[in-house]
Design a protein around this ligand. Structure first.
Ligand SMILES: NC(=O)c1ccc[n+]([C@@H]2O[C@H](COP(=O)([O-])OP(=O)(O)OC[C@H]3O[C@@H](n4cnc5c(N)ncnc54)[C@H](OP(=O)(O)O)[C@@H]3O)[C@@H](O)[C@H]2O)c1
Length: 248
């Protein structure tokens, strides 16, 4: 058994069309896994088939579609070893102003969507074994102004991770999370690339730079592989040291 190998394992990654999910999809593909990546439209997944990733359209908020897509994928590949719940949305609204529909959209995508996919994965893989990796955030641990509902959704992702881990451990399903810090690609990239924001962020990050999405792949491969066979209910913070430091 190769400890850190994901060769010939099937990995299903939601929100793989761009940003962190795209980096994870390419990272697993390069490590020898068979990758199924999702996006919400034919256009967003169109690059995948050219690089040997099976692209499928999926809205994680649509429970029936999640059932069909995951079951079809399992049937087609004969196995599903790992589910990476990466699809997510953010919002920049202060708590005093946030509207119900914005809260509903965030919770539906970041939390309910993750529950939909995980439940189907559990039904397919219980007793056979599998690893679920939930992409949370450092905002599960701490907050910045105007991100309250996003932070709440990511805090909930960590509690859901622990709950699934505890409930599903005896069915051979491990469930862990990764909490990224500030990464160059993805949902906040435009904001983070503003010169004033970038300078401020870099000074707050002990390593002095934003993360590169490729720097999440190693931890994800560890959590998907036999190297983490006794690890469940945990989260790994990958943030260049941000959360370890109190800025005074
Ligand atoms: N970037 C960061 O610095 C950072 C830091 C901490 C945590 N994270 C977390 O990492 C994950 C990925 O973030 P990102 O920055 O890479 O985001 P991104 O670039 O905005 O990409 C979001 C992905 O999610 C998909 N998606 C959105 N809503 C969906 C839905 N309802 N159903 C299915 N797919 C949906 C998008 O598909 P389409 O392309 O088809 O729209 C896209 O593939 C998120 O969970 C985020 O919270 C990111």
């Amino acid at each position: 058994m190769e400890l850190f190998s994901v060769k010939e394992r099937t990995v299903f990654i939601t929100g793989a069309s761009r940003g962190i999910g795209k980096a994870l999809a390419l990272g697993f593909k390069n490590a020898g896994a068979f990758v199924i990546g999702t996006g919400r439209s034919d256009k967003s997944i169109s690059w995948m088939n050219n690089v040997g990733i099976r692209g499928v359209v999926l809205d994680v908020c649509d429970k029936d579609q999640v059932q069909i897509v995951l079951k079809d994928s399992a049937q087609e590949t004969g196995r599903l070893d790992c589910l990476i719940n990466n699809a997510g949305l953010t919002a920049q609204t202060p708590m005093s102003l946030i509207k119900d529909d914005e809260v509903d959209e965030l919770i539906s995508t970041n939390l309910k969507g993750l529950i939909h996919t995980s439940q189907v994965f559990y039904e397919l893989q219980k007793n056979k074994g599998g690893s679920i990796i939930n992409i949370a955030s450092i905002f599960a641990h701490s907050v910045v102004p105007a991100t309250g509902t996003y932070c709440a959704s990511k805090g909930a992702v960590l509690q859901i991770t622990r709950s699934m881990a505890v409930e599903w451990a005896r069915k051979k399903i491990r469930v862990n999370a990764i909490c990224p810090g500030f990464f160059e690609a993805g949902m906040a990239s435009d904001r983070m690339k503003r010169p004033s924001t970038e300078t401020r962020l870099k000074s707050a990050i002990p390593m002095g730079r934003l993360g590169n999405s490729d720097e999440l792949t190693g931890a994800a491969i560890f959590l998907a592989s036999s190297a983490s066979s006794y690890l469940t209910g945990q989260s790994i913070i990958i943030d260049g040291g941000v959360l370890s430091q109190i800025k005074v």
